[in-house]
Design a protein around this ligand. Structure first.
Ligand code: GDP
Ligand code: FE
Ligand code: FE
Ligand code: FE
Length: 187
């Protein structure tokens, strides 16, 4: 499946602004793939489908989490965290992508995790730094992304945690695991 075919498959599932975000994430992820010698085809597919489940009905997502034995603790955290893991399930079932490396990059794109692969890091970071993003400090992360993939991911995770703390939001364990693991890696 090439990029155009993939984009045509994802478009009906997204709002216009989310589709535009998806294309920017894909461009950004492909740039990172070239810079860090990752498989461009895999990165492209993971990026195109990363937000596939973003607008799924919450009750449907809740059912997938239970029936596919995804971590139950997801249900006690904000439903924003569901579209990654549920997206990986649906992209496999509905789009027919079976490559577990690609599916995991979709699965973990929101929280990150311990021991992320290069592919997972690229999608995670591209989602954070795509040119449409305006998070505080994002320009510094964009700069680092071109120098050191792990440092870029670390800064993105740190900013996300700081943002969530400032809003008194719960932080999912995988987000902390990503932070701790990347901290060790960059030292
Ligand atoms: P998007 O789907 O392109 O908008 O971006 P993401 O999938 O990366 O993030 C979706 C939302 O999840 C954002 O508002 C993040 O701040 C939020 N988020 C990321 N990690 C956590 C976490 O550990 N806990 C909570 N509660 N929210 C998180
Ligand atoms: Fe997302
Ligand atoms: Fe993200
Ligand atoms: Fe996204």
């Amino acid at each position: 499946m090439n990029r155009e075919e993939a984009l045509n498959l994802v478009e009906p599932h997204l709002k216009k602004t989310r589709f535009e975000h998806t294309k920017r994430v894909t461009d950004t992820a492909v740039d990172l793939a070239k810079l860090y010698n990752e498989d461009v085809g895999k990165v492209e597919l993971a990026a195109v489908f990363h937000d596939y489940a973003k607008y799924r009905d919450l009750e449907e997502m809740r059912r997938w989490i239970i029936s596919e034995s995804l971590p139950k603790d997801l249900l006690t955290f904000h439903h924003e965290l569901w579209h990654g893991p549920v997206g990986a399930i649906l992209v496999k079932k509905e789009i027919g992508i079976n490559d577990q490396m690609i599916l995991n990059a979709i699965k973990y794109h929101t929280t990150g995790k311990k021991d992320m692969t290069k592919l997972e890091k690229i999608v995670y970071l591209a989602d954070y730094i795509e040119p449409g993003r305006d998070f505080p400090g994002v320009d510094k992360v964009r700069e680092q992304a071109e120098v050191d993939l792990d440092m870029g991911c670390f800064m993105a995770t740190k900013n996300t945690i700081q943002f969530l703390l400032s809003k008194n939001q719960p932080i999912y364990p995988d987000t902390f695991h990503a932070y701790n693991d990347l901290l060790m890696t960059i030292k």
